[in-house]
Design a protein around this ligand. Sequence first.
Ligand SMILES: [Ca+2]
Ligand SMILES: [Ca+2]
Length: 264
Amino acid sequence: MRRLVILVLASGVVIGLVSCGGARSGKQARPADFQSMVQVPAGEFVMGRQGGAEDEQPERRVTLDEFYIDRTEVTNAQFKAYCDATGRLYPSNPMWDADYFLANPTYPAVNLTYDQARGYCEWAGKRLPTEAEWEKAARGTDGRIYPWGNAWADSAANLTSILATDSYERAAPVGSFPKGASPWGALDMAGNVWEWCADWYGLDYYAQAPAKNPPGPAGPTPWRVVRGGGFSSPKSDAETSNRSKNPPEQAIHHLGCRCAWSPR
Ligand SMILES: [Ca+2]
Ligand SMILES: [Ca+2]
């Protein structure tokens, strides 16, 4: 992606325009909203969970290159900018609010198919995270159960109202639960809306996956990976190792996305 960047001094004086992007080797051009991303340093982390669901096993050590991930889920305002710039249709409103998309700019964009989520990220100079990147962004390196630690904490995530530990029956503005931040500062990795990952879903993929930068199964399979649970989820969906899946063409009112980016 090639674009013009305005150079501005600390004094606020514009000193010029440069064209950047386009090069695909070496250092990559930073996305325009780089400041809204958090860094996940290169190295090993614990992925999966011994004693967890069948598809979370075996627990293993996985090494990833450095990457950045959006601090929050993609908002309605961000997704609207993409639609307006490209002529794409706005996503459907969820059944509970006919004005959801336009009247709630700080809420997460929902009812996105996989291609819509990927299209947004690519337009923004980014990409969907791999499943491994998503899990490392959510749990850090120590294999913790929730983004904030191993013990359940009230008011740390927007999950089902049956839990009565948060004040939202449905979606909340992104970043409403700072107590639930992951070790890198990513918010709502547990709850609010489920998030598309780049990978095809494979139930037994962990048993065969490479230990470095696993890209997901070659596919196609009937599903893409979704992660993190949503506002109608129980606690178990919000565990950092929990895996789920969705047909790529199916848009759901509790499924959105966030984007990742690699510096090289
Ligand atoms: Ca809730
Ligand atoms: Ca989420």
